[in-house]
Design a protein around this ligand. Structure first.
Ligand SMILES: [Zn+2]
Length: 277
C-alpha cells in the first residue's frame, strides 16, 4: 500500500524547511489495517502532482467561495436592516440613501478591521508555534522524534509503525510533520490576514450593496415591501449556494436563511416606525 503525503506549499509559505515534494510511504498491510481510520482521516488522499482532476478547478472555486457566503449574507442582512429601519421611520429618500450608504461603508470597514485583527493574532500564534518547534527540532531532535511517535501511537498506530511513520516524516520534512501533528497547522491552514480580511470585506460589501440599491432605485411607497422581497430572494440564494457547496439538500438552508432575514427586517422596520421622528 502506498500513502502519498504532499506538504507542498511549506517552502512557498516561507518556512525554509527541507525541499518539499512527494513522500511515499510503503508501509504494507500494517497501515492498511491500523491506519485505515487514522492516516486516511488525517491525511486524505490528494492527487499527485500532474494527476488530472476534472473537479480540481471547481473545487478550488468552491473552496474560495465557501467562506465568503456567510459574509455576503451578513452584508445583505445588515444593510437590509438599516434600510428597512429608516424606511419604517418614514425618512426622506435622501436620508435613506445616505443612511444605507453609511451602513454599507461602516459595515465593510468594521468587517475588514475585525477579521484582520483576528486573523493577524491567529497568524502570529501560528508563526510563534512554528518558531518554537523549529528550535526544539534543532536542539532536541531525539526528544522530538519520541514526541511525534507518541502522538501517532495516541491516534491508534502500533509503537513500531508509529516510529516508522515518525522517522520517515521527520526525514522528509520534520517541521511540517510536527506542525501538523501537534498544532494542526498545515500549508493550507496558515492564515493570510490581509488577503482573507479583504476577501471578507468585499463579500460583505457585495451583499450590502443589494438592499441599498433596491431602496435607492425603487420609487414610492412600494420601496420597503419590494426591497423586503428582493432581500428574501437574495438570502434564499445564499442559502442555496451554501447548501450546494456543502452538498446538502438546499430547501432547509434556503428557508432558514430567508426566515431569519425576514424576521430581522420586520423587527427593524417596526422599530423604525416606533421611533418615528
Ligand atoms: Zn514537536
Amino acid at each position: 500500500m502506498t500513502l502519498t503525503f504532499l506538504p507542498s506549499a511549506w517552502s512557498a509559505k516561507g518556512f525554509n524547511c527541507r525541499p518539499s515534494g512527494l513522500l511515499k510511504l510503503n508501509l504494507g498491510e500494517q497501515v492498511a489495517t491500523q491506519g485505515s481510520g487514522i492516516l486516511a482521516g488525517r491525511y486524505p488522499h490528494r492527487p499527485r502532482l500532474g494527476e488530472a482532476s476534472p473537479l480540481k478547478g471547481a473545487r478550488r472555486i468552491a473552496g474560495w467561495i465557501r467562506p465568503q457566503v456567510p459574509e455576503a449574507s451578513d452584508g445583505i442582512l445588515t444593510s437590509a436592516g438599516i434600510c428597512e429601519g429608516f424606511a419604517g421611520a418614514g425618512v426622506s429618500r435622501s436620508v435613506l440613501i445616505f443612511a444605507g450608504f453609511a451602513g454599507l461603508v461602516a459595515g465593510t470597514l468594521a468587517m475588514g478591521a475585525v477579521e484582520y485583527s483576528k486573523l493577524r493574532a491567529e497568524r502570529d500564534r501560528q508563526v510563534a508555534q512554528l518558531a518554537t518547534e523549529r528550535v526544539r527540532l534543532e536542539t532536541a531532535p531525539d526528544a522530538e522524534l519520541d514526541e511525534l511517535t507518541k502522538l501517532y501511537v495516541s491516534r491508534g498506530l502500533s509503537p513500531d509503525l508509529a516510529r516508522q511513520v515518525a522517522t520517515e516524516l521527520t526525514t522528509h520534512d520534520a517541521l511540517a510533520a510536527h506542525a501538523e501533528a501537534e498544532y494542526g497547522i498545515t500549508s493550507t491552514s496558515l492564515t493570510s490576514p490581509l488577503r482573507d480580511a479583504l476577501a471578507m470585506s468585499a463579500a460583505f460589501a457585495a451583499g450590502a450593496v443589494l438592499p441599498w440599491l433596491a431602496i435607492v432605485l425603487i420609487p414610492g411607497p412600494s420601496r420597503a415591501p419590494v426591497t423586503f422581497l428582493i432581500v428574501l430572494a437574495a438570502l434564499a440564494l445564499t442559502g442555496w449556494i451554501s447548501a450546494r457547496i456543502s452538498d446538502v439538500h438546499p430547501m432547509l438552508p434556503m428557508v432558514r436563511t430567508a426566515s431569519i432575514g425576514g424576521l430581522s427586517m420586520l423587527i427593524t422596520y417596526f422599530a423604525g416606525k416606533l421611533l418615528l421622528p
